[in-house]
Write a protein of this length. Structure first.
Length: 73
């Protein structure tokens, strides 16, 4: 329509290229997020309990009761 402002063949190729790379990077991020195992907060809490047991802050009975409470959630 206006001289010099035509999108043309090269413009469509550039747009297609940008869309392709955005989709490819988005797919890679999605795959990484879905395939990476999620950390459970219970694992971290049990590790803290083990440390407290090792330091003598809690006894074995208290450790077992709190551990079973954490793992039941």
């Amino acid at each position: 329509m206006f001289p010099g402002y035509d999108f043309g063949y090269m413009g469509w190729m550039m747009l297609g290229s940008i869309v392709f790379w955005v989709l490819l990077v988005g797919l890679a991020v999605f795959a990484i997020i879905r395939l990476t195992p999620a950390r459970e907060h219970g694992d971290e809490a049990v590790a803290i309990l083990k440390q407290r047991l090792a330091r003598g802050e809690i006894n074995a009975e208290e450790y077992q009761s709190r551990r079973s409470l954490i793992l039941s959630k």
